[in-house]
Design a protein. Structure first.
Length: 306
């Protein structure tokens, strides 16, 4: 039982990373019906932004500031989310908006998203090199032990942050005017301008939310596993996308639960079987779920009026 509880905490931590990234996928898809395949690389960019911001605030970079760790962390979190959101908005403005205004087929938009992800990866590689970087320590790691179960303070923060983000996003989408506008875009984006609602502003806000959460995930991931490399977002991003699809892409609750479901399967397989079976069993089980429910756990089939 203690082994199960220990692995459950590990699954909650990894599920938090998947869930934060999957929320960005499902937000953009729910509003634009666009699968932003560059989102995993925005997560990577967020981790690197956290590295440079924290290094600057701690005095490791340029030596301008020399803040204590807790103050550096308090500033790194909003700055990382804000700057990463800027990256997402820039992609939307430069790559996606021109295609949307020209009425390009959805396939071309998906190909453009894949291209943007490759540009972020290889641009990082060209600018910063292939050497891995380590996020500076901003807080001391504290281990809480309950019998043979050990939990660090970072693990608790990651889990709590994921749940807070989920409840905040749920509140924004269901209880605010801009959330109502986001749902209206998903329902009929052509009638929205006739009602006086600025379509582009709602889309930009969607990218701000999704990319900001990806930046937060990148920061938390870098704090938990401090080694950064330009391709760190590729596999994590794909797995988060799969989690969003299994949960029901376009549904916030489904993306959140899908992230934890994928992490739970991965961790439990790795705990009781050789780790080489982890992805095989995880994706096989998720494929079986999609066989039974093609729209995902919480997805609903949409009908199109002709």
């Amino acid at each position: 039982m203690e082994i199960f509880i220990q692995n459950l905490f590990n699954a909650l931590q990894w599920g938090s990373f998947y869930a934060l990234i999957a929320l960005g996928y499902t937000l953009v898809y729910g509003v634009l019906l666009l699968i932003n395949f560059a989102h995993g690389d925005i997560f990577m960019v967020g981790a690197y932004i956290a590295f440079f911001v924290s290094s600057l605030l701690l005095g490791d970079l340029l030596g301008v500031f020399n803040l204590p760790g807790w103050a550096a962390l308090a500033l790194t979190v909003p700055l990382t989310m804000l700057l990463t959101a800027g990256v997402g908005v820039t992609l939307e403005r430069i790559a996606y908006r021109p295609l949307r205004r020209k009425g390009a087929h959805r396939l071309y938009v998906v190909i453009t998203a894949l291209m943007c992800g490759l540009i972020l990866e290889n641009g990082n590689l060209a600018l910063l090199g292939a050497s891995r970087r380590k996020l500076p320590d901003m807080v001391d790691k504290v281990v809480y032990t309950f019998g043979s179960v050990s939990v660090t303070n970072l693990k608790v923060w990651v889990i709590v942050a994921a749940f807070l983000v989920f409840f905040l996003l749920q509140f924004i989408v269901t209880r605010t005017r801009i959330g109502m506008a986001m749902r209206a875009v998903a329902w009929d984006k052509f009638a929205l301008p006739l009602m006086g609602i600025p379509l582009d502003s709602i889309i930009v806000f969607t990218f701000v939310l999704g990319s900001g959460f990806a930046g937060l995930a990148g920061l938390l991931f870098a704090m938990s596993y401090p080694i950064l490399d330009p391709y760190m977002g590729a596999m994590v991003g794909w797995k988060a996308f799969i989690a969003a699809v299994v949960g029901g892409i376009g549904d916030i609750r489904g993306a959140f639960i899908g992230g934890f479901l994928l992490a739970f399967i991965e961790i439990m397989v790795a705990a009781f079987l050789p780790s080489t079976f982890r992805d095989l069993f995880a994706f096989t089980i998720l494929l079986m779920i999609l066989w039974q429910r093609p729209t995902g756990l919480f997805g609903v089939a949409k009908t199109t009026k002709i």
